[in-house]
Unconditional design. Structure first.
Length: 356
């Protein structure tokens, strides 16, 4: 419990308004909880499916490690976000990230806020996800979303948000051992796992699954957009350079960090304790991975939301456009609102089911 003084009534009104507004998510066709889609039984590690490999000239290429950048150039910073940095003890150099603070952050100095950690896709450039902060700000100002902090993590090209096997690029340690603590120490966050969400698109979705299911004691909410939760074979065929750079083509190291296996390994810590959702375009060739992972979660009895968005392929902007405000409402419903703000959600408020 926290003492927010006179701000409780303000936050209470925000919460009631959000619940009464609802969200149009008519383009998202729900598959739902406990109903496997294309897979009738949960796939095992040995029978996980992969799409046909791309031609060699279409394989993803990773730039040399010498081009890795842990800092964001102080230009082209997305609107509504600010550049923040710190000296990392893990890598011995400066690291930067972007942060969005809601208008209420300065207006209500006694209030602490939940945090949404956003992991960018393949290139790892956190400036690519600025649109999420801008839309969040708009919805907060319209009183359609809970005031929240958003942190855009600056990744590295093709990192999969996993420490490299050779230890040369410990991005996982940077995020888990330093970034979260720095954000909590610098800003008025609600520093509990239930108030920390991970959001990611494509590679970022993989990272959200990996970090969330490996560290359920740190993160309580995991949201994934079309995550390629695939076997090592897929990465070796789709992007041999990334498979070599991240996992060293070592099956044992890959298995130790595979979200598909982590969710089973930590099922007792995840089941009933985490809020999970996953989106994918119906025409996305990698949908077989999300279908299989959905079946895996069902078989483990882990509650989650799974939505297949009709008419969308492997296209991030189209996926976000089709989902409209549903991604933000999920965070609101997932955060422990009553605990953070000492208010009760009205029993009469309507609930919005996935796809409605």
């Amino acid at each position: 419990m926290i003492d927010v003084g006179g701000s409780v009534r303000t936050v209470s009104l925000w919460i009631i308004a959000i619940l009464l507004v609802g969200v149009d998510c008519s383009h998202a066709a729900p598959i739902g909880v406990g109903t496997p889609s294309s897979a009738t039984t949960a796939p095992s590690q040995t029978d996980r499916r992969t799409p046909p490999p791309p031609p060699p000239d279409q394989q993803l290429k990773r730039p040399p490690r010498s081009e890795d950048s842990w800092e964001i150039p102080p230009k082209d910073i997305p609107e509504k976000m600010r550049l923040v940095g710190f000296e990392s003890n893990v890598i011995g150099r400066r690291i930067s990230y972007l942060i969005y603070l809601p208008p209420e952050y300065d207006l209500n100095p006694k209030v602490r806020f939940p945090v949404i950690y956003v992991l960018p896709p393949l290139r790892g450039d956190c400036r690519e996800v600025g649109i999420l902060a801008q839309r969040l700000d708009t919805m907060i100002r319209r009183k359609q979303c809970l005031p929240s902090i958003m942190v855009a993590v600056h990744g590295v090209f093709g990192s999969m948000y996993t420490d490299t096997r050779d230890g040369a690029r410990p991005i996982e340690k940077v995020i888990v051992n330093e970034l979260v603590q720095k954000v909590d120490a610098t800003f008025r966050t609600f520093p509990q796992r239930e108030a920390r969400a991970l959001e990611g698109l494509f590679m970022g979705g993989y990272g959200a699954a990996f970090l969330g299911f490996k560290y359920p004691d740190i993160f309580g909410i995991v949201s994934m957009f079309a995550p390629p939760i695939a076997p090592l074979k897929y990465f070796q065929e789709e992007s041999p350079e990334i498979a070599t750079d991240v996992w060293g083509n070592h099956q044992g190291y890959f298995d130790a960090n595979d979200p598909f296996l982590l969710v089973e390994r930590n099922a007792a810590l995840i089941r009933g304790r985490m809020k999970i959702r996953m989106f994918v375009g119906a025409e996305d060739p990698n949908r077989i991975f999300t279908d299989d992972f959905h079946a895996r979660l069902d078989a483990l009895g882990i509650e989650h939301q799974y939505q297949v968005v009709a008419g969308v392929g492997q296209n991030g902007p189209a996926l976000l456009k089709a989902l409209k405000g549903d991604i933000y409402l999920f965070w609101f419903k997932a955060f422990p609102v009553e605990q953070m703000f000492k208010v009760e959600t009205p029993a009469s408020a309507p609930t919005t089911q996935p796809g409605t």
